[in-house]
Design a protein around this ligand. Structure first.
Ligand code: ADE
Length: 226
């Protein structure tokens, strides 16, 4: 999969994809991430990217022209499955969306700044608008990093143990069960006996029940259809 990210502050996205599972995905050739500076498409001597909003009001708006020229450039090179705009008024991001996006070939992500981007870009270029939650970040970069990370780790072949993403929280609308590692007793705090029993089936049942319990306690909304 290839992901192009358009940003006003590309430096913000230098590190997130260089470690851990994202690094593995890239090293295996399963994920390519390119961060592009919108400034390269800025207008005039000052490479202007934003301007005052029509109708007045505080805050600058990202102009059509740099974005449209930048998008035309990349869209001429390849077909994108989705042109995504990161914005707090977008569709709420969920694991199901990550699953769906992880099967795509080419994604392009636009990071917003200031008051947002000129609405005409949203109308004429953007195919999907994503919010990572009901709060406002100072720009779309950190939100884009969240989305790329969540997609990258579940691209088929990225995780060594093919099954491990299946047991993540949310994969089946359940939170993940508790996990433990050595030592089996720490400061007198014991690991549940069942996990040391070696009974694969009993352990599976215990984990499932713990998932249900945890979901009922913490996120009953996830169980509402059952
Ligand atoms: N840009 C600013 N806030 C955001 C959010 N909550 N989700 C996605 N993009 C954003």
């Amino acid at each position: 999969m290839r992901i192009d990210i358009i940003s006003v502050i590309p430096d913000l996205l230098q590190s997130p994809f260089e470690h851990s599972i994202m690094k593995r995905a890239r090293d295996k050739g399963l994920l390519e991430v390119y961060v592009h500076s919108l400034r390269n498409w800025g207008i005039g001597k000052h490479q202007q990217l934003d301007d005052y909003q029509f109708g007045g009001g505080a805050g600058m708006v990202m102009m059509c022209e740099p974005l449209a020229n930048c998008l035309d450039h990349f869209m001429a090179e390849r077909t994108y499955d989705e042109i995504i705009f990161m914005t707090p008024d977008g569709e709420r991001y969920e694991q199901k969306t990550a699953n769906r996006l992880s099967l795509k070939k080419n994604l392009l992500i636009i990071c917003g700044h200031y008051k947002g981007i000129d609405e005409r870009i949203r109308e004429h270029y953007v195919s999907m608008e994503i919010s990572i939650g009901d709060f406002v970040l100072s720009g779309g970069e950190l939100a884009a990093a969240v989305v790329v990370d969540s997609i990258g780790r579940i691209i088929p072949g990225v995780l060594g143990d093919e099954t491990s993403a299946l047991f993540d929280s949310f994969q089946d609308d359940l939170l993940a069960p508790p996990v433990y590692t050595r030592p089996s007793v720490f400061r007198g705090w014991k690991v549940p006996d069942i996990l040391l029993s070696g009974h694969a089936k009993k352990i599976e049942d215990w984990r499932y029940n713990e998932s249900i319990k945890r979901t009922k306690n913490r996120r009953p909304d996830l169980l509402k259809d059952e």
